[in-house]
Design a binder for this molecule. Structure first.
Ligand code: ASP
Length: 512
C-alpha cells in the first residue's frame, strides 16, 4: 500500500517530518462516556479531540499564538477509529505495518498510542512483521489519561515516547526496533508483558533488561541496542495465519477431553503450549498422543513457560523429554505473546512448510529469545541399527548450524537420536561419538577425534520410541567447520547389544 490514507486517516495538516503519531485509542485516549458523570464507562475519543486536549502536540494555541507547552518538533498523525485494544487484532496490525512501511523513510520515528490490554501482542506482532526496520517504533498508552485527570501517567509516557522516537532532536541513540515505553522504561516489544492491571508500572520485560530508562535524562543502554539495518531493508510481512492458539496447562487438563478437542481440530496450524515451570506437562498418554497426532499432521507446537520468567529447558525432566518425543519445539524464554504472534507470522508465509516453521520458531529472529536453538537434521537411509557385528554409523560430512565461528559461545550442544532403543544381554555397552573419524581409524577412546563417551541403560520395553540425548557441548569446536562427519560407535562385546534409532539431529543452544 503506497497511500496510507487508504486505511485509517492521515491528517491533512501533516508536514511529513519529525514523528508520525499513530492513534488507535485505549485508556490514554479515553474519557467518561457521560461528561456529567466522571464514573461512567470510558470510551476512546476521536483523534481531533485528543489532539486539541493534548497541549504538547500543538505548535500554536487556539488564538494562533505560540504554545509554550509544545514538544518542540513536528508531530504528524495517522489514526484509526478509536478503540479499546481488546478490539485490536491481526487486521489492525496489518494496517499499522502498512502505514509504517509507506511512511518509513519520511519520519525519524513512530509512536503508536494503544490500549494497554493487548499492547504486548501488537508490539510482538509488529516486531516479526517489520524485519529490516530502520526507525524506532514505540508503543505507549496509560493507566490514567491526561484528558480528564490532573494526576496521570499519560503525559509522561506520551512525551518520553515522542522524544525517543525523534533521536536527533532528543540526542538519544536510534533504537531501530519495536518497543514499548511505559512508566520510565523503554522495553523491547517482543519481551514485554503486562504485569499490572492498574499500577503505572504496567509493563515489564522479565527476561530482558530495559533498552532505555527515562529519568532526569533519557539513558539508553548501548550494549543492548541492535545495529541499524540501513535504508531500503524494510520487508513488511502482512500474511498472518489465524489458526494459532495458546493452550495453558492446569491440573486437571489431563482428565478431560478439551485438549484433544483443540489439538485434533483440522483447522489448527500452530499451538503455543504454556507448560509448567521449565517446560513440563502431564505425561498421561492421552495428552502426549494428542500432541503427537497434531505435530504428525504438520501443526507446529511450541513450548513456553507459564511462569513469569525463566526459560524452558526441554529434556531437563522426564515430563519434558516427552514433549520432544512428541515433536514439540522449545520457545526458550520467549513470552507467550511473542510465541503466538511469531507462529502467526511464520505460518502465514506460504513459502515455509511446517518443518521449516518449526526450525525457525526456535531461532531468535528479532531479539525475542535469549538463546536460539539451531537444529541440524542428519540424513540417514532409514532406521539405523548398530550391534557388535556392525558397531558404527558415520553420518555424511556437513556443516552444523549455529556453530559457525561461534562454537565457543554455545551453551549446550546435544545429539538427539529419535525413537531410539537400546538393548543388551547384560554386558557392558559404551556409545562413543567422533568427529571426522576415518572409516579405517579405530573408534578408540584415546583418539583426539572423540566427541564424547556415554553409557546408556537398556530401553524400558514399556516405553518405546524415546529420544536419546548426548550432551557434547565441550566438543562443540570439533564439530565447527564446513564439512564435519559425526560417527556413532558402539563399544561392546555383548552379542545381544543393539542400538537403533529412526532419525538424528544435532541441536546447538547459542546466545542470540
Ligand atoms: N481496556 C483498555 C485498552 O486496552 C485498557 C488500557 O488502555 O489501559 O484499550
Amino acid at each position: 500500500m503506497n497511500d496510507p490514507r487508504a486505511a485509517g486517516r492521515f491528517d491533512p495538516d501533516n508536514r511529513g517530518e519529525g514523528v508520525l503519531l499513530i492513534y488507535t485509542g485505549g485508556t490514554i485516549g479515553s474519557m467518561p462516556s457521560d461528561p456529567e458523570d466522571p464514573d461512567s464507562p470510558r470510551v476512546a475519543i476521536p483523534w481531533e479531540e485528543f489532539r486539541r486536549r493534548t497541549p504538547a502536540l500543538n505548535r500554536t494555541l487556539a488564538d494562533g499564538s505560540p504554545n509554550p507547552s509544545w514538544i518542540g518538533f513536528n508531530v504528524d498523525a495517522w489514526w484509526t477509529e478509536p478503540r479499546d485494544s481488546c478490539n485490536v487484532g491481526p487486521a489492525e496490525w496489518v494496517e499499522l505495518a502498512r502505514v509504517i512501511e509507506s511512511c518509513h523513510d519520511r519520519y525519524q520515528g513512530f509512536v503508536i498510542l494503544h490500549g494497554t490490554d493487548t499492547m504486548a501482542y501488537t508490539a510482538s506482532a509488529l516486531s516479526f512483521m517489520l524485519p529490516g526496520l530502520d526507525r524506532p517504533v514505540i508503543l505507549t498508552g496509560a493507566q490514567r489519561s491526561h484528558l480528564f485527570n490532573a494526576r496521570n501517567d499519560a503525559t509522561q509516557n506520551l512525551i518520553s515516547a515522542l522524544m525517543l522516537a525523534n533521536p536527533g532532536f532528543s540526542r538519544v541513540p536510534v533504537i531501530p526496533e519495536v518497543t514499548i515505553f511505559f512508566n520510565r522504561t523503554l522495553l523491547r516489544g517482543n519481551r514485554a508483558r503486562k504485569v499490572n492491571a492498574t499500577g503505572y508500572d504496567a509493563y515489564q520485560s522479565p527476561s530482558f533488561p530495559p533498552l532505555a530508562v527515562a529519568g532526569e535524562r533519557i539513558e539508553a543502554d548501548p550494549l543492548l541496542l541492535r545495529p541499524r539495518p540501513g535504508p531500503g531493508r524494510l520487508r513488511v510481512r502482512t500474511a498472518l495465519e489465524p489458526n494459532v492458539v495458546p493452550v495453558s496447562f492446569f491440573p486437571g487438563i489431563q482428565d478431560g477431553k478439551l485438549l484433544e478437542g483443540i489439538l485434533d481440530d483440522p483447522r489448527l496450524r500452530g499451538v503455543v503450549l504454556l507448560a509448567y515451570g521449565a517446560g513440563n506437562i502431564p505425561t498421561r498418554p492421552s495428552v502426549l498422543e494428542a500432541i503427537r497426532r497434531a505435530t504428525a499432521r504438520g501443526v507446529v507446537a511450541m513450548a513456553v513457560t507459564q511462569c513469569g520468567g525463566g526459560r524452558v529447558e526441554l529434556g531437563m525432566y522426564e515430563t519434558s523429554v516427552k514433549l520432544i518425543d512428541a515433536g514439540v519445539v522449545t520457545g526458550v524464554d520467549i513470552t507467550p505473546e511473542a510465541a503466538l504472534t511469531k507462529l502467526m507470522v511464520l505460518l502465514g508465509d506460504d513459502d515455509l512448510g511446517p518443518a521449516e516453521v518449526a526450525r525457525l520458531a526456535q531461532q531468535n529472529l528479532c531479539g525475542e529469545m535469549s538463546l536460539g536453538v539451531y537444529v541440524t537434521r542428519l540424513e540417514q537411509p532409514g532406521t539405523v541399527r548398530l550391534d557388535a557385528a556392525r558397531p558404527r554409523h558415520r553420518f555424511a560430512a556437513r556443516r552444523f548450524e549455529g556453530l559457525d565461528g561461534r562454537a565457543g559461545e554455545v551453551e549446550e550442544l546435544v545429539l538427539r537420536l529419535r525413537k531410539a532403543e537400546c538393548r543388551t544381554g547384560g554386558g557392558r555397552l559404551a556409545i562413543r561419538l567422533f568427529a571426522d573419524l576415518g572409516p579405517d581409524e579405530p573408534a578408540d577412546p584415546g583418539s583426539d577425534r572423540l566427541v564424547g563417551e556415554f553409557g546408556r541403560r537398556p530401553t524400558d520395553p514399556a516405553e518405546p520410541g524415546r529420544t536419546m540425548f548426548f550432551v557434547i557441548t565441550r566438543a562443540a569446536h570439533k564439530l565447527a567447520g564446513d564439512r564435519v562427519s559425526l560417527t556413532v560407535a558402539l563399544d561392546t562385546d555383548d552379542p545381544a547389544a543393539v542400538l537403533t534409532w529412526e532419525s538424528a539431529e544435532v541441536a546447538a543452544f547459542r546466545p542470540a
